[in-house]
Design a protein around this ligand. Structure first.
Ligand SMILES: O=C(O)C(=O)C[C@]1(C(=O)O)C=C[C@@H](O)C=C1
Length: 114
């Protein structure tokens, strides 16, 4: 896409309204939330393949994920600080949730007669 022509004061010649910018931001937020919902479902699905809680809290797994995120952030021009803050926040919620699902999977159903 070509850049809009600039005035001498460096503002775009065709100025968008703040409302238009906010609508675009809201659409990006919708996509982020939709992606997070899909990610949560996939993380829950991954629990089925875990043999122990340690498979979920595995530090090399987290380190590999963050290394991949670093590369993707660099390619996209996103700062490492933002990418790490976002993904550490995701994992800080996602891992305890996976552990909870794992624990529930391993609870034997109690007998109705007990
Ligand atoms: O890749 C896995 O095995 C997962 O369980 C997914 C996932 C993730 O949310 O990205 C979950 C927790 C791990 O520490 C790292 C990866």
């Amino acid at each position: 896409m070509s850049k809009p022509a600039m005035h001498n004061d460096e503002r775009p010649a065709v100025e968008r309204t703040l409302d238009a910018v906010r609508r675009d931001v809201a659409e990006i937020d919708r996509q982020i939330i939709a992606g997070l919902a899909t990610r949560e479902r996939l993380a829950a699905e991954a629990v089925r393949f875990k043999r122990s809680a340690a498979d979920i809290t595995d530090l090399p797994l987290r380190a590999n994920l963050l290394a991949r995120i670093d590369r993707q952030a660099a390619d996209a021009g996103v700062s490492r600080a933002l990418a790490h803050a976002v993904y550490n926040a995701i994992l800080d919620v996602s891992i305890p949730r996976q552990l909870e699902l794992f624990a529930n999977r391993h609870v034997e159903p109690t007998s109705e007669r007990d």
